[in-house]
Design a protein around this ligand. Structure first.
Ligand SMILES: Cc1ncc(C[n+]2csc(CCOP(=O)(O)OP(=O)(O)O)c2C)c(N)n1
Ligand SMILES: [Mg+2]
Length: 546
């Protein structure tokens, strides 16, 4: 039997799990794994400039590919930097395996160089954490890490790998990944759900991440059409349902319009598909009154009842559930429902309709969205940071196709551009565009160099108002005339992009945006379009300054 070092065992397991990309900042504590990757050129290593960027790349890659994302970092210092991406994967239910080099086994407990108990440190933001202490156990525990990351409600798993174990040799034994079949609902639950839905006066479907993950959107479209039920998407899950479809009623999040909240308050039956009912989706847990009959379908037992006690809890994969439900569903006498569906969709169209509001002294974001919605191909993938600029994207962009949106429900700034790098690696044929503010872009700007080095042609739109605008808006509302800590100065982002080896454009007025976009698209390399906007306009609902 051939002997292999621990580092090479790790890479063998990655290969068996079908891993194609690994994102890291290298460290001496996991040299053994890096050496294993050297011997496996089929797995591409992307070496980033900060572990936060590497983690966001892996998370965006996982969302865009439907596979498990893998990132690596070194001991406490690298792991601490990685934490923001791990937390994002946790809140976003994204399957992620983080491999962290750990101090040598004989030195443990002595507060060795960069020592921290990694498994304990990350236990609150991971589905599972484990430190592997014997080379022989690498296949068993690492396959399990992948299984835990992708099963039930997916999420991050942290695997700590002691430095010396990665260099110790042991005899290789064959191992294989295991996959659990998606959970089917029982027949009785499906019949009851259908009964509730069919007899409802004012029904509603809330589509969450579980719809996207299980690739169930086409089935959901069918169901909504047969039973004429309006569909809303959960926070930052816009692409769970085509936004131009006549059954689409809008989205839940910051700034959800009144017409939708009013309808939901009076809905008698709500069917929630693959959503954990986050604070933002539920409008601070105020969304559903106690009288609502809730049917909650989720692949995880833990999610059910966490926020709202359901009248009918169903632990099942969303796609399996919809497949079974549709088999039994029959068209109803639906004139009343048709009216509801078309009224809500008309209100959504009205709310999200763009206008060619162009300005000369700065870039008007309404006008910017008007141009973007028309120019970007429908299958372009969009990622974003947290920030005030997001209000415009959220309100006006129409996600018409599946798998076109990748956004953090964790609200992490700095996410957009590295997540776009990960998404582009997963979907090289698609145009991938990130949206950031000046504050968020600067948090992970160094990853633009990573995109240049690996020739990953993403496009980053940076909305510059020289402010941490969101916080400034909160400040002005809650503590008027007491502005502190929210003013920024910035470099010329277009020049910065060029210095880093990419393409850069700086746009000062709306008329110049589309030509700049065309040049950036034609450049076919990492590009930044900096958009200079008016710092006085701090909300999508702000009366404009002309
Ligand atoms: C990592 C992280 N740090 C802090 C925050 C809090 N926060 C939310 S939005 C925001 C300001 C964003 O500024 P910018 O990116 O310039 O966008 P703008 O709001 O100006 O459009 C801050 C600091 C956060 N969401 N994420
Ligand atoms: Mg800003």
């Amino acid at each position: 039997m051939a002997k292999l070092s621990g580092g090479h065992w790790v890479v063998r397991v990655l290969e068996k799990e079908g891993v194609k990309k690994v994102f890291c900042v290298p460290g001496e504590s996991f040299l053994g794994v890096l050496d294993g990757l050297y011997a496996h050129p089929d797995i591409q290593l992307i070496s980033a400039r900060h572990e936060g960027g590497a983690a966001f790349m892996a998370e965006g890659y996982a969302k865009a590919s439907g596979d498990v994302g893998v990132c690596m970092a070194t001991r406490a210092v690298g792991a601490a930097n990685l934490a923001i991406g791990i937390h994002t994967a946790y809140q976003d239910s994204t399957p992620l395996v983080a491999l962290i080099g750990q101090v040598e086994r004989p030195f443990k407990g002595k507060e060795a160089f960069q020592e921290v108990d990694l498994a304990a440190f990350f236990s609150h933001v991971c589905k599972w954490t484990v430190e592997i202490d014997r080379t022989e156990r690498i296949p068993e525990l690492l396959h399990r890490a992948f299984h835990v990351a992708r099963s039930g409600r997916p999420g991050p798993v942290l695997v700590a790998l002691p430095h010396d174990m990665l260099e110790e040799e042991a005899e290789w034994r064959e191992s294989a990944p295991y996959r659990v079949s998606p959970i089917r609902p029982n027949r009785e639950s499906v019949e009851q759900a259908l009964e509730h839905l069919s007899t409802a006066e004012r029904p509603l479907i809330i589509a969450g991440g579980g719809v996207i993950r299980s690739r169930a959107t086409p089935l959901l479209v069918q169901l909504a059409e047969i039973l004429q039920v309006p569909v809303v998407t959960a926070f930052r899950r816009f692409d769970a349902f085509p936004n131009h479809h006549p059954c689409y009623a809008g989205w839940l999040g910051f700034g959800t319009p009144r017409y939708l909240l009013d309808y939901i308050k009076n809905a008698d039956v709500v069917i929630a598909l693959g959503t954990r009912f986050s604070q933002v989706t539920t409008q601070d847990y105020q969304l559903l009154p106690s009288e609502t009959r809730l049917i909650h379908v989720d692949s995880s037992l833990d999610v059910i009842g966490k926020v709202y006690p359901p009248a009918l809890p169903i632990v099942a994969d969303v796609r399996e559930f919809l497949t079974d439900l549709i088999k039994h569903a029959y068209p109803l006498e639906t004139s009343n429902r048709q009216r509801i569906v078309s009224e809500l969709h008309a209100k959504y169209l009205d709310f999200s309709g763009t206008k060619p509001d162009y300005a000369d002294a700065y870039v008007d974001l309404d006008g910017l969205m008007h141009d973007l919605v028309r120019r970007l191909p429908k299958d372009a993938m969009i990622t974003n940071d947290a920030g005030n600029f997001f209000g415009w994207l959220c309100r006006y962009y129409r996600f018409e196709k599946e798998h076109t949106y990748i956004g953090p429900t964790s609200g992490a700034m700095g996410y957009g551009m590295p997540a776009a790098i990960g998404a582009k690696l997963a979907q090289p044929d698609k145009l991938v565009v990130s949206f950031s503010g000046d504050g968020g872009f600067m948090m992970t700007v160094q990853e633009f160099e990573t995109a240049v080095r690996y020739q990953i042609p993403i496009l980053s739109i940076v909305v510059n108002n020289n402010l941490y605008g969101t916080i400034r808006a909160h400040q002005e509302k809650h503590f008027p005339n007491r502005v502190i800590g929210t003013e920024l100065t910035n470099p010329d982002f277009a020049e910065l992009a060029k210095l880093l080896g990419g393409h850069g454009e700086r746009v000062r007025r709306n008329a110049d945006f589309l030509p700049a976009l065309e040049r950036a698209l034609a450049a076919n390399r990492p590009s930044v379009i900096e958009v200079l906007t008016n710092p006085d306009i701090l909300s999508v609902n702000h009366p404009k300054i002309r």
